[in-house]
Design a protein around this ligand. Structure first.
Ligand SMILES: *Cc1c(COP(=O)(O)O)cnc(C)c1O
Length: 395
């Protein structure tokens, strides 16, 4: 043992506290519903990714239970050894059809899917990954893990992307352009039509991360390809099972060749244990529910429209959102923090986002809504927003 370890770590933690970047865990002691018990108090939850309320849907829970009675709990080996079960393959076929792709592959989570796909597809210094500046941390980590060269283009700026492709395409063996379909901090949507046209012109691959898009955008909630009508024109569609689909895990969709390549070359797929049976069974039921009830997506959208327009009417700085993520810009860091504390006192749980997560001077509350929030939940939350903002003098 190293006798100084704790002293060294405490020093680091002190520095985090001084720069007010120290983080701690809050505890929920109830199912993940629109109202939860947070640190002993009942509050309206407005910072979860349970966009369609499926985390706690009785049919989803039941599917998990029934599958376990039949097939047990764990898969207890890598898919490539003895962990590949019928339920994994059946669900992959289902997900591929749902996303309008030839084939799909399950991953244990979105983080692993992103680092795995990027490092498998771009595995040489002759390759180039071009990433939106505001892409999710797991994409940034995937870029770093790959052996490829990389470049970042300004957020949602296809002209800057083109300038990079123009300067660098000829020198690269393969180029992969990667974006979040829906950006996790601002809830805005990547301009995929322009990006795909550029990719086709410059012979580059396109990968879209639909973590916040699946179950949310597109007429029936199928994500970016449906939203932009880009059927058959995106090489890699990644999505997660842990947000709108209410559970855990992720998937990648694309051509049969892409999926076979990943099975052979993607280390976070190969060197890990397959997803447990109930996780896959629950995800399958969640997808079936989404297919049968696209009105859930509609309900989410109307909740977002109502909440945004009400906040605007009150004088908040909030832009229209077509997704479940609503950034309410407060500006000052302290004010954003104070707002979230005042909201919590009034029974509304919303996360405050401060630098370095967001640019200085744009500290914000990041509200996420669910299809299962009732009008009463929304009105109570809006009342709390009005009250808190008046107290700190921002409206
Ligand atoms: C949440 C998220 C991930 C990670 O997915 P997990 O399944 O939670 O690991 C990846 N990309 C984006 C954009 C995300 O929001």
């Amino acid at each position: 043992m190293w006798s100084e370890l704790d002293e060294v770590l405490k020093g680091e933690l002190e520095r985090l506290k001084e720069s007010r970047l120290f983080r701690f865990l809050r505890r929920i002691d109830s199912p993940q519903a629109p109202e939860v018990v947070l640190d002993g108090k009942k509050v309206i939850l407005m910072c979860s990714n349970n966009y369609l309320g499926l985390a706690n849907h009785p049919e989803v829970v039941n599917a998990a239970v029934e599958s376990m009675k039949r097939y047990g709990y764990g898969a207890v080996a890598s898919r490539l050894v003895s962990g590949n079960m019928k339920i994994h393959e059946e669900f992959e076929e289902h997900i591929a059809a749902f996303k309008g792709a030839e084939a799909a592959l399950l991953f244990n989570c979105g983080y692993m899917a992103n680092i795995g796909v990027l490092s498998a597809l771009c595995d040489s210094a002759r390759d180039l990954i071009v990433s939106d500046k505001l892409n999710h941390a797991s994409i940034i980590d995937g870029v770093m893990l790959s052996k490829a060269k990389f470049a970042f283009f300004r957020h949602n700026d296809p002209e800057h992307l083109e300038a990079i492709l123009n300067a660098k395409r000829a020198k690269a063996r393969r180029v992969l352009i990667v974006v979040d379909g829906v950006f996790s901090m601002d809830g805005d949507i990547a301009p995929l039509k322009d990006i795909v046209s550029l990719a086709e012109r410059y012979e580059a691959m396109v990968m879209v991360d639909d973590a916040h898009a699946t179950g949310v955008i597109g007429r029936t909630g199928r994500g970016s390809v449906e939203h932009w009508e880009l059927y058959g024109r995106i090489d890699v569609q990644m999505g997660t099972l842990g947000k709108a689909l209410g559970g855990f895990g992720a998937f990648v969709c694309g051509s049969r060749a892409l999926i076979d390549y990943l099975i052979n070359r993607c280390r976070p797929f190969i060197y890990t244990t397959a997803l447990p049976v109930p996780v896959v069974a629950a995800a399958r039921r969640a997808v079936e529910l989404l297919e049968a009830h696209p009105e859930m997506v509609e309900r989410l959208r109307s909740n977002v429209n109502y909440f945004v327009s009400s906040l605007k009417d009150m004088g908040f700085n909030v832009s229209s959102s077509k997704t479940a993520i609503i950034p309410v810009i407060i500006g000052d860091e302290e004010a954003a923090l104070k707002m979230s504390e005042l909201l919590l006192e009034r029974g509304v749980f919303v996360a405050a986002m401060r630098p370095p997560t967001v640019p200085r001077g744009t500290s914000r509350l990041r509200v996420t809504l669910m299809a299962t929030h009732t009008k009463n939940h929304l009105d109570r939350a809006l009342e709390a927003f009005r009250d808190a903002a008046k107290l700190i003098g921002i409206i």
